[in-house]
Design a protein around this ligand. Structure first.
Ligand code: CDP
Length: 203
């Protein structure tokens, strides 16, 4: 059985938490596609060219400890505008989406470009202020050297670049269910996502 759940949305909207919970609830596999772009960003910071880095990416590169830093997030959003970088990562994502047993993929272009025929499409968003506050707490909690203003600027800069780029811009798919998590608890956001998937599974 294949069943694909596409979860898109801007930085720190809660996609990761929701995706993991949906995958665990239904027994599906989960791929955080942002890690692919982050892993390319790490290699570019180390001196490799973006296209070469994307074309030679190995699944073991997704386990690098530095992937979650704000510096790598910026590098990821810079390489993500390059069409050849995106093209090099398509097959890996589509193969993952088509795996037996169901898959949840989260990113920016899953419901629009990678899996336009996904069984369920969610667009998870929240105000920039809420997202920045959550990301600040997450990074500061892990001991990263960040400030609230710096995290907000990072989120806003990436939102702008991600939604204005020509190649696979971040946009909600026409048939996506919108979940605005600004005023929701984590539990409420997860419940909304599970309910949308349940509805699609019974149709
Ligand atoms: O966790 P967060 O939402 O902050 O970022 P991420 O999902 O790890 O993505 C990092 C960057 O990769 C984003 O700012 C995008 O520029 C890029 N990205 C993308 O272009 N397409 C995807 N499917 C996933 C991420």
């Amino acid at each position: 059985m294949t069943f694909t759940v596409a979860i898109d949305g801007p930085a720190a909207a809660g996609k990761g938490t929701i995706s993991k919970a949906v995958a665990a609830h239904f027994g599906f596999a989960h791929l955080d596609t942002g890690l692919l772009y982050r892993a390319v960003g790490v290699k570019v910071i180390a001196g490799q060219s973006p296209i070469d880095a994307a074309q030679t990416l190995d699944p073991s590169d997704l386990e690098d400890d530095s992937l979650r830093t704000a510096t790598v997030a910026q590098a990821a959003s810079e390489v993500a505008v390059i069409p050849e970088v995106r093209a090099a990562l398509v097959d890996f994502q589509r193969t993952f989406a088509a795996r037996d047993g169901g898959a949840v993929l989260d990113g920016r272009d899953i419901g629009t470009v990678i899996c336009p025929d996904a069984d369920v499409k969610l667009f998870v968003t929240a105000s920039a202020a809420c997202r920045a506050e959550r990301r600040y707490k997450e990074l500061a909690g892990k001991g990263h050297d960040v400030t609230p203003a710096g995290v907000l600027a990072d989120v806003q800069e990436r939102d702008k670049r991600d939604s204005e780029r020509a190649a696979a811009p971040m946009v909600a798919a026409e048939n996506a269910t919108l979940i605005d998590t600004s005023d929701m608890s984590v539990e409420q956001a997860i419940a909304a996502a599970i309910s949308a998937v349940d509805t699609a599974r019974h149709n």
